[in-house]
Design a protein around this ligand. Structure first.
Ligand SMILES: Nc1nc2c(ncn2[C@@H]2O[C@H](COP(=O)(O)OP(=O)(O)OP(=O)(O)O)[C@@H](O)[C@H]2O)c(=O)[nH]1
Ligand SMILES: [Mg+2]
Length: 654
């Protein structure tokens, strides 16, 4: 019996999780595979495919995809999902639907049916649907669609075993969306031209009629130019019949069919009044109340990351753990065991791997990123970030960006490199370029921000205001300028609002630990590399030379001690390393308040770190990446120099 079962599911079968953004696909993925992928309470968390073997059957590969609102893609992350359905050899699809928003989900269900793919439906977030008085007759839905429907509450692991057994019931749906007569005619005409593919010809014909630009390369691979222009002709002929764009029409007709199904399966009981969490959620984006709430959020972040992380924890790790024990002990051990002077210096000298690289990365930066990741995880999972996006949408409009762009910018505070990947959720190339530029220029990453907050906490509030004011105005003006210079269009603002939720403790812990692990693996080696670079340059006399060459800028123009050059040098590798260098200088008392503010502004605006630079090349191309860096590099110093001049000239006391 068991043997037989193994034969049915052939080796290497793939099952794809598909669904709207923020419906819980990644939570389900983790439950099915045992692999953790990032889960957050905002749309666009997943922008790349993740795959893992199913826990219950090691021969099934499960694939997690970016959320989509339509299988006719509008943005790059949506294209990733559509392409896997179009091109991959897959066994079937598990469509995850947010039970409290069945309508949005059914729109995708209809498209999956149209494609002729075998699938099952997973109605997730049953808990939230119920608390909003929404009841879905899922047996009825099964009957109408002809595919299995399994309700779950992923965060409580409820229904997961039924979901697993449901996966063996993958079936094509019997519902076929229908369109008005002219469109149906055009569909059959196009179908005749198309070759056999993995998904139904009908669905491809509909996509082409709707004007799906992202199919262009597929068309060129599969058809000759005569056939392509024939399709174009059919499309134009049909379009002339209607005043509205065909894509819009097709969508409207699908929605009305989704609504018909919806009426038959959903009953809503009236819930008395808006819940407490809904009221908080609304206040977060209120033009008046939103602002004090933002300040409270920032203040709490500052208390936790700036004072507790960068203050208490760093003090303990740097002065006690490293200063009193680790460093003296390693120095004496190394000096006893290894009598070679040069090796001693590499390990525990002024630019030593233990005394500098590890002290900086573990004693200064780790407690700061650790506390930041924790605080940021709470923000991510609460649903606050998309509301912040809506509140500042107006300001972003002036920059030619819509509020969706706030999300990557805010995520940049976690890590600019990851945030640059998230720009895939933006719809136009123009928006993606501007946000990539602003991230590289002005958004400090968690580690850097934490170090900066730590330094600012020893200064007056005015210093913090000057630093923040300069950085924000720079982002704003460069953004405005870029929106004039970078060609292209802006798009409309549509951002799904997730509910305000009490974050799940376990998810935040797992996410924070995963990020800390990532930091230790990716960042610490770069700290070591940077320290070796400093060590070698110092030994070869290059460091002194470089400091001399840079002295007119660093000392003359920025008014900083020459030693700050080192911080900028390692800042190329990681911006937080640069910031940590300044932090160490400040703790030695080598910087006065104006010097601190000026150097912080420069290191904030300074070139993106290597990882970020590589991602910019990957996402935007080498040319754009070089253009961005060659703008930022001199620009950061110019802003710093001007600030230095103004503060000294006015004789500002900080
Ligand atoms: N209350 C409740 N929350 C859930 C449930 N399933 C997932 N969530 C929460 O929903 C949010 C989104 O979950 P994800 O797994 O990141 O959603 P996703 O579909 O992968 O989102 P994208 O990758 O952005 O498309 C997280 O805050 C989860 O904790 C559920 O059944 N009930
Ligand atoms: Mg996801």
């Amino acid at each position: 019996m068991h043997q037989h079962h193994k034969e049915v599911i052939k080796i290497g079968k793939k099952i794809v999780l598909v669904g709207n953004p923020n419906v819980g696909k990644s939570v389900i993925f983790s439950l099915l595979t045992g692999r953790y992928v990032t889960v957050s309470n905002y749309p666009g968390t997943t922008v790349e495919l993740a795959q893992g073997y199913a826990k219950f059957d090691r021969e099934i590969l499960i694939i997690d995809t970016p959320g989509v609102n339509n299988l006719i893609p509008m943005s790059e992350d949506e294209k990733v999902t559509r392409d896997i359905l179009l091109n991959e050899e897959i066994e079937g699809v598990v469509q995850v639907i947010d039970a409290k928003n069945l309508r949005r989900g059914l729109l995708i269900t209809l498209q999956l049916s149209e494609m002729g793919l075998p699938f099952i439906i997973n109605l997730n977030m049953e808990d939230e649907a119920r608390s909003r008085g929404i009841f879905i007759d899922y047996k009825k839905l099964e009957e109408i669609l002809g595919v299995k429907v399994v309700p779950t509450i992923a965060t409580q692991r409820k229904g997961i075993s039924s979901l697993i057994s449901g996966i063996s019931y993958l079936k094509k749906s019997k519902v076929k969306p229908e369109y008005s007569a002219d469109i149906e005619d055009a569909i059959s005409e196009i179908e005749e031209i198309l070759p056999e593919t993995r998904i139904s010809k009908r669905s491809l014909a509909v996509m082409l009629l709707a004007g799906d630009e992202s199919l262009r390369s597929w068309l060129h691979r599969n058809l000759d130019s005569k056939e392509i222009s024939k399709i174009e002709e059919i499309r134009n002929k049909t379009q002339r019949v209607y005043p509205d764009p065909l894509g819009h029409l097709i969508n409207t007709q699908r929605i009305s069919q989704a609504d018909k199904i919806l009426k038959r399966v959903v009953t809503t009981t009236k819930v008395k009044r808006e819940t407490f969490s809904q009221r908080i959620g609304n206040a977060c984006m209120h033009p008046l109340w939103g602002i004090p709430i933002l300040f409270i959020v920032l203040f709490l972040m500052y208390k936790f990351v700036g004072e507790f992380g960068a203050g208490v924890l760093v003090d303990f790790l740097e002065s006690v753990v490293f200063g009193r024990y680790l460093n003296p002990i390693s120095i004496s051990v190394v000096e006893k065991l290894i009598p070679v002077k040069i090796i001693q210096e590499v390990l525990v000298g002024e630019y030593g791997i233990i005394t500098m690289a590890l002290t900086y990365s573990i004693a200064i930066v780790l407690p700061i990123v650790g506390t930041f990741f924790l605080a940021f995880g709470v923000l991510e999972d609460s649903g606050y970030l998309p509301r912040l996006a809506i509140m500042v949408n107006k300001i972003f409009k002036l920059m030619g960006l819509n509020g969706k762009a706030v999300l990557p910018m805010v995520l940049g505070l976690g890590c600019d490199t990851m945030a640059t990947l998230t720009t895939r959720i933006l719809e136009t190339r123009k928006e993606r370029i501007i946000v990539t530029l602003l991230l590289a220029l002005g958004v400090p990453c968690s580690a850097q921000l934490g170090v900066i907050l730590g330094m600012l906490s020893s200064l007056s509030g005015a210093a913090a205001l000057i630093w923040g004011g300069v950085v924000i105005s720079v982002i704003f003006f460069v953004g405005m300028l870029a929106s004039y210079i970078v060609p292209g269009e802006r798009s409309d603002f549509i951002l799904e609002l997730p509910p305000i939720r009490v974050p799940q403790f376990s998810n935040i812990m797992v996410k924070t630990l995963a990020r800390i692990e990532w930091y230790l693996r990716e960042a610490v080696p770069l700290f070591v590399l940077g320290t070796l670079v400093l060590f070698v340059s110092d030994k070869m006399g290059l460091l002194g030379l470089l400091e001399e060459v840079a002295s007119p800028v660093v000392v003359g123009f920025l008014g900083l001690p020459v030693k700050a050059t080192e911080a900028f040098l390692v800042g190329f590798l990681r911006r937080d390393y640069g910031a940590a260098g300044l932090f160490a200088l400040a703790r030695e008392g080598a910087l006065d308040p104006i010097q601190m503010v000026v150097s912080l502004v420069v290191i904030t605006l300074f070139v993106p770190c290597i990882a970020n630079f590589l991602i910019i090349i990957k996402e935007r191309g080498l040319k754009t990446a070089l253009a961005i860096v060659s703008f930022i590099f001199p620009f950061a110093f110019i802003v710093g120099g001007i600030l230095n001049f103004i503060l000294r000239y006015l004789g500002v006391k900080l």
